[in-house]
Write a protein that binds this ligand. Sequence first.
Ligand SMILES: [Zn+2]
Length: 368
Amino acid sequence: METSKCIYCLEEKPISEFNREHVISRFMGTYENAYVLGDAQVCKACNSYFCDNMENILSFDSLEGLLRTENLQKPMKHKRAIGMSRLKVTGNNDIFKGLTLYISSSPNNPNNIQIETAPAIGLILDENQHLYEYFSLESLPICDDTIRARMASSNKPIVVFGYDEPEVSEALKNHGYDLSKARYNGNLALADMTEEQSLSTEINCKVDSLLQRLALKNLFNYICYTYGKDYILQSNFDNLRNYVRYGTITAPLQSFINSGGIKKIPGLVNDCHAVGLAWTVIGEQIHLCGFVSWFDSITYVFDLMPVKTEQLNFLNNVKCVICDNHRRVLTEAEYLTVLDWPGTNKKIGFLDRNFQPIDLDEHSTTEQ
Ligand SMILES: [Zn+2]
């Protein structure tokens, strides 16, 4: 029986236990010339693990999910909310400041998204600046002298989003708020409450290990696709491989995340993804690293391995793929790509064939 080794679990399995794996996760975009790993490279078990535990979750609950909804022609299903555990959106101006907002998909709107307010009760903070402090029904504080004083000097001491008036009045009374002089103004449009025409938002996104693993899986797939299965099966990659597949590591990862896209690679286009390899210097040593950059907006960089470099060095060109999300095509490129590794001193050192540091000063004198 013909068998093959999976590049993620490293198990030797019958060919029938394998299926196709898209190099670039399909939820991040589909392309006319999509790269696919088809020759018994990723087993069905690993493939469905990635789908169920990584991609299906992250497509609705991450900055990546929001970016994909804004940027792709096929956004997520109408009105499906973009999850809140990795992505918190808060109003940042006027009456909206501090108000929790929800983003959902709305293909008829600009950017494919629609912003709604979470149910909230706002207690006046600053009348002149239209600032309120927002609470849910459950988190409403007991009325104290400070709050009472602020409310007494305000024309609009309380605003309510998304709750019905009776339940809010009930809760306010139970928490010691005096509503005897209050007048309920009913369902106002935002224009009745503020003259502010624009909504500015603050988006806090959490980048956790699952997002890192998603990026790393795309990088692994790409390396396998473009440099071949034997290359990605090298044991140097096992630590990263286990991280992608099982979320476990045996040695610390060296990686960093940048807001913004990858820069200065020829062929980059607006809102593209870029996945590829680059050279970098960590400490005093040249390393091969890999990057995954989504929608020009966030870039994950991983140290792959230190590079054996001898006395006379030159660095090869390395490959990357640029995913054009407008024309929906992939373009492969090959350049001498060098990335700055943050916080290192950029003094370059060299390793000999046995991965031992070469003392350059000593070496140059002995050669003369
Ligand atoms: Zn597998």
